[in-house]
Design a protein around this ligand. Structure first.
Ligand code: 0L1
Ligand code: MG
Length: 256
C-alpha cells in the first residue's frame, strides 16, 4: 500500500541518514507515490542537509545519458544530481571504501563551467560557458537496497552521486567518439564517449534545458559530469583506472 501524502523533509532525512550512516534503505516507491517534481524537491532537501554540514556546491552530474540506460528505466529524459566538494577525490589517490554502501565506478567526461549561467537569458550559448574538459570517473552508491530503485527514487537519491575524480583540465576541444577503457582490478569494460547522448557536448545542452526548467544554478567553477561512457563496475578494492583516448588516464585506489 502506497500513500500520496509526501513529507519531503522526512524522506530527505531518510536518504541523508542512509548516506552518512552507510546503511541502505528501501525504495521510497514501496511506500509513497512520488512524482518527478517531488523527487527533485527531496533531492534539494538532501543537498540542503549536506550544505548545512558545511559542504560546498561543486557541480552537477547527469545520469541516464545512454540509450541503454534510458530504455532500461523506460524514460526519455536525462536526470541530474548535485555534487559537493566533499565528494571530490584527487586523481591517483586512495579512496576509503568504508564511506560507501555498495559503490560502483564509471568513466565519464567532465566539463568546467567558466562563468555563471544566466538561466533567464534565452541567448545563452551553453557551449560558450565552458572552458575546459577532462577525463573523469564517478563513484555511484545508491542508498537503496540492492541498487533497486524507480526513476523517481533515483532522482530523490541525488542520482546515486557519491564521489568523483577529475583528471587534469585541458582547453576545451572536441571529444566525440573517443575510445574509453575502465579497469577495476582484473575487471575491464570498454566503450566510447559516443555512448553519452551520441556526443558528450549534448549533455551540456540537456543540462542547460533541465537547469532552466528546474532552476538549478550553473555557477563559474562548477564541474559537469556529462554521463557514463560504459556500464559501471563494482568498486570492491584495488586500483580503478579510466583511460580516454586523447584525454588521458586517471586512477584511484579503493582501500578499507
Ligand atoms: O549515470 C549515472 O550517473 C547513474 C545514475 C543513477 C543510476 C544508478 O545508480 O545506476
Ligand atoms: Mg555517472
Amino acid at each position: 500500500m502506497t500513500t500520496n501524502i509526501i513529507d519531503i523533509d522526512e524522506l530527505a532525512e531518510r536518504l541523508d541518514t542512509a548516506q552518512h550512516t552507510v546503511s541502505d534503505t528501501a525504495s521510497l516507491a514501496d511506500s509513497h507515490d512520488i512524482d518527478i517534481n517531488d523527487a527533485y524537491r527531496i533531492q534539494n532537501a538532501v543537498l540542503a542537509r549536506r550544505l548545512g554540514r558545511g559542504e560546498l556546491p561543486a557541480g552537477i552530474k547527469l545520469g541516464f545519458t545512454s540509450k541503454a540506460k534510458m530504455a532500461q528505466m523506460g524514460v526519455s529524459e536525462v536526470i541530474v544530481g548535485q555534487l559537493t566538494d566533499a565528494m571530490r577525490i584527487a586523481d591517483s589517490t586512495d579512496v576509503d571504501l568504508s564511506r560507501f554502501i555498495h559503490p560502483k565506478i564509471e568513466p565519464e567526461v567532465a566539463y568546467r563551467v567558466a562563468r555563471d549561467v544566466d538561466l533567464d537569458d534565452p541567448r545563452v550559448d551553453i557551449e560558450a560557458c565552458v572552458d575546459a574538459v577532462a577525463p573523469a570517473m564517478e563513484i555511484i552508491d545508491s542508498r537503496y537496497r540492492d541498487f533497486r530503485f524507480t526513476y523517481t527514487d533515483v532522482v530523490a537519491d541525488n542520482t546515486s552521486a557519491a564521489a568523483f575524480v577529475i583528471g587534469p583540465w585541458q582547453p576545451l576541444h572536441d571529444v566525440a567518439n573517443r575510445a574509453v577503457r575502465l579497469e577495476v582490478g582484473s575487471d575491464a569494460v570498454t566503450g566510447s564517449t559516443a555512448a553519452i547522448l551520441g556526443h558528450p557536448v549534448r549533455a551540456l545542452h540537456a543540462l542547460h534545458d533541465i537547469a532552466r526548467r528546474r532552476r538549478i544554478p550553473l555557477r563559474a567553477g562548477y564541474v559537469v559530469l556529462a554521463g557514463a561512457a560504459t556500464a559501471a563496475l563494482p568498486l570492491t578494492g584495488g586500483v580503478a583506472t579510466c583511460e580516454i583516448t586523447g584525454l588521458g588516464r586517471i586512477s584511484v585506489r579503493g582501500v578499507r
